[in-house]
Design a protein around this ligand. Structure first.
Ligand SMILES: Cc1ncc(COP(=O)(O)O)c(C=O)c1O
Length: 461
């Protein structure tokens, strides 16, 4: 069968995939922007990362396994640092956090955004200087705020009046003056999935700009004088490609900045524009380079500041996905291949929604490739699914894999560095996979595989 006829194999019943998906001329070819920079297909046809073959990785660490290309991660940090040399870059730890990543981020001169006591604990354990930590969250507990104050975190991004009251009381008790930003809900509809859009009015984060809560919060903090209000913060969502949302958000937040100045004669010195910069999950995604993002964001801020006659504040951003997402792929082993006659072929792997919930949760698209060998077979449109007791347990909705894919083969899914391990669960009591860092042909375990003992250790009844 010829490549472009692949859809015909399954008839017309729903197995054509999205309109843009085409059978590749070479099913072994890698689309470079989807893969960590040091991934290649070796002479034997299998994938290698930084010179280390995936079959060796699977033999040593088992599957599924998240494989982190350590130099790729560093190079993405450096690209952002080069593009934003005077801005503070907070890596959004929710994307993926462990001590080794904290150390890398810290060494690369980045700051770190955490949003829970647990993330704060990992950040501190990894050696991130507390003054370079920003603490987020719409429902920080008194215990979490106390811990943040005691650790001396650099910025607390306040999210509600209740939190302002709590933090003010804790600061008074300790005789300290924590530096805070106000998270502003700017009312922007980011062009992304509903669950990862965070600045439209009807949602839980931040102080509403339109409703007047944001100005009220700023004036309360300034008038009380217990917390040091450093600036405003806006995060409009995630996996965003179109910078027009940032433009509207910067305009609105800087208008608020001008309002605060007019009300109290104070210009806040900082502005955090959040994260959300999109990455490529499929060949259809075309993310902007950090240099281009920097240019666009600076232009937006400069012109809005000029319009409001404001001094340009110190800017910060909070990329998570764009730093770690493309640096990782997940390696799975195929267990069964099932051709559901006339509908589609299901390739079942040994992980699934417990190690990557994004497909089920956000209807996210991923891609996949046969990783343990090359194949001369024709491309076959397949759905890569997991091993969970859930029909929505899909890893990759539609992908062309070689028609001879079979049990025992390794399949790799790129772009899994962000919001996969960090959102992993134990559903069906499937232990969470390890994270292996590869550099210069050598692999190092940075997060070990969960064991059945780990699962049972919590079960005390
Ligand atoms: C406040 C804040 N900053 C930054 C991020 C990071 O977003 P991304 O990983 O898409 O860059 C998030 C993600 O939810 C967030 O909520």
């Amino acid at each position: 069968m010829r490549a472009h006829e692949a859809g015909a194999l399954h008839g017309d019943i729903g197995n054509r995939g999205p309109a843009w998906l085409r059978a590749p001329a070479d099913v072994n070819a890698l689309v470079p922007q989807l893969w960590p920079r040091n991934v290649t297909r070796g002479q034997d046809g299998s994938l290698a990362v930084a010179g280390l073959g995936v079959r060796d990785i699977a033999a040593e660490f088992g599957t599924p396994v998240y494989v982190l290309d350590s130099d790729d991660l560093r190079s993405r940090c450096r690209d952002f640092r080069a593009a934003f040399p005077t801005e503070d870059i907070y890596y959004a730890g929710k994307a993926f956090l462990c001590r080794a990543v904290v150390r890398t981020i810290a060494e690369e001169g980045m700051f770190l955004d955490v949003c829970s006591g647990g993330e704060l604990a990992v950040a501190l354990a990894g050696g991130m200087p507390p003054e370079r930590i920003g603490f987020h969250g719409n429902n920080k507990s008194t215990a979490e705020l106390s811990r943040a104050l005691d650790a001396g975190v650099g910025r607390i991004i306040v999210d509600s009046f209740a939190e302002i009251d709590r933090l003010t009381a804790l600061a008074r008790e300790r005789g300290v003056r924590p530096r805070v930003l106000i998270r502003v809900t700017v009312g922007v509809e980011a062009h992304t999935h509903e669950f990862i859009a965070t600045a439209h009015e009807d949602q839980k984060f931040g102080f509403s700009l339109a409703g007047g809560a944001a100005i009220a919060a700023a004036l309360r903090i300034l008038d009380e004088g217990v917390l040091e209000l450093r600036g405003l913060h806006s995060h409009i969502g995630s996996q965003i490609f179109d910078t027009s949302g940032f433009e509207v958000s910067a305009r609105r937040v800087l208008a608020l900045q001008a309002q605060i100045r007019d009300a109290r004669g104070i210009e806040l010195p900082e502005l955090d524009l959040g994260g959300g910069f999109g990455i490529a999950y499929t060949s259809q995604d075309d993310p902007a380079a950090p240099q281009d993002l920097a240019k666009r964001l600076r232009k937006i801020v400069d012109s809005e500041c000029a319009a409001e006659r404001l001094v340009v504040p110190q800017l910060s951003i909070e990329p998570g996905r764009a730093i770690v997402g493309p640096a990782v792929f997940t390696l799975y082993q195929v267990g069964t291949v099932k051709d559901v006659d006339g509908i589609r072929t299901y390739v079942s792997v040994d992980g699934g929604m417990s190690d990557n919930i994004r497909t089920a949760l956000y209807d996210a698209s991923y891609s996949a490739t046969l990783a343990s060998r090359a194949s001369t077979a024709e491309p076959m449109l397949a759905r890569v699914v997991g091993k969970h007791c859930e029909s929505g347990d899909i890893v990759v909705k539609d992908e062309f894999l070689p028609a001879d894919v079979q049990p025992g083969d390794l399949v790799a899914v790129p772009g899994t560095g962000a919001y996969c391990r960090s959102m992993a669960s134990n559903y069906n009591h499937v232990p969470r996979p390890p994270v292996v860092e590869v550099r210069d042909g050598r692999a190092r375990l940075i997060v070990r595989r969960e064991t059945e003992e780990d699962l049972l250790a919590l079960d005390v009844g």
